[in-house]
Design a protein around this ligand. Structure first.
Ligand SMILES: Cc1ncc(COP(=O)(O)O)c(C=O)c1O
Length: 323
């Protein structure tokens, strides 16, 4: 395995299931759709951050940290999973969240509080600025904070998705399956960068298509190339990446990050009602909505086999009664 020598704690429920979606496939008239259930990774309702946190928490423990610190949007899934990992491994946790404190604690925010995280609202300053201040304050109070970047997307975190791609390829080999492509929601890039790095190292020939949920494609591709190259260096794999190595579609950004429209609503309802599969309105709903649109526009042939990589986020449904 490409990641065998990396320090890692065990908290994810692995391998996550790889399941066919026959009713969705029939409803959309092909391609053959499957789902990789990383909404079932465990850790306080699951999601992609569990895989990243296995490596990040190991580094925090090695450094003798006593507090995990991270940042994100008010409904950040990453923040909620970091709070859960902190509780699980005996750290304290401080979350720096964007914007003002909302009137009610719903969805992920409810869970952040339940999991015991301290929350610092950025209010009207930039999250990075508030984060810097929080790190300094924790140091002054004699704490040993370990900073996890936005989305857990640094080379240590992205290592989780290098291992995840190898897991998928092993499942395929065991079951005699092959896939023409993988489709996923892409934001801070750690998930897609890790998958593409392992795909290249293991000579997987299919597409790895990231549906951007926040950034213009040009910017996301730049971030992905930088992160995948740094992750390869971290793992001692002699591969460098350029922007063109990443397949990104930013056609579904709509009103911007987290702005729910008919695209996400239709995707969330369709998956729920045809397969009993819950998607979230911000990430997987947008990515699956994009995939449904690409299918309707004939981008994929009916006999192709695709994996939709479910990256979690379901807790945020409870902050979106409008869905
Ligand atoms: C549910 C969900 N899906 C996908 C993503 C995107 O993953 P990445 O930030 O690694 O691109 C996130 C990130 O926060 C997420 O919470």
């Amino acid at each position: 395995m490409l990641t065998d020598r990396q320090p890692r704690v065990s908290m994810a429920h692995l391998p996550t299931p790889l399941e066919p979606l026959p009713r969705l496939t029939a409803a959309l008239g092909g391609p053959q759709l499957w789902v990789k259930r990383d909404d079932q990774t465990g850790l306080a309702t699951g999601g992609n951050k569990t895989r990243k946190l296995e490596f990040l928490v190991a580094e925090a423990l090695a450094q003798g940290a006593d507090t995990l610190v991270t940042c994100g949007a008010g409904q950040s899934n990453h923040a909620r999973q970091t709070a859960a990992a902190a509780a699980r491994f005996g750290f304290r946790c401080t979350l720096v969240l964007r914007g003002p404190r909302p009137a009610a604690s719903q969805g992920n925010l409810l869970l952040d509080r339940l999991l015991g995280a301290e929350i610092a609202w950025a209010e009207d300053v930039a999250v990075d600025e508030r984060l810097e201040k929080v790190m300094a304050e924790l140091g002054e109070r004699g704490r040993r904070p370990y900073l996890i970047p936005y989305g857990g997307s640094n080379p240590v975190g992205a290592t989780g998705y290098v291992a995840a791609m190898e897991e998928l390829l092993a499942q395929c080999a065991q079951r005699g399956l092959g896939f023409d492509g993988i489709v996923l929601a892409s934001s801070s890039g750690g998930t897609q960068a890790g998958l593409v790095l392992a795909a290249r190292a293991r000579r997987y020939a299919g597409r790895v298509l990231g549906i951007s949920v926040a950034l213009p494609a040009e910017q996301l591709r730049r971030d992905l190339a930088e992160l995948a190259s740094a992750t390869a260096a971290h793992l001692g794999i002699g591969i460098g990446f350029a922007e063109d190595d990443f397949d990104v579609d930013d056609s579904y950004l709509g009103g911007g990050y987290g702005v729910v429209s008919s695209l996400e609503r239709e995707a969330v309802r369709t998956a729920a009602r045809s397969e009993g599969l819950l998607l979230d309105p911000v990430y997987t709903g947008r990515a699956f909505g994009g995939l449904m649109d690409l299918i309707r526009r004939g981008v994929f042939a009916a006999q192709e086999r695709l994996v939709f990589w479910h990256t979690g986020g379901v807790a945020s449904l409870f902050a979106h009664p409008d869905i």
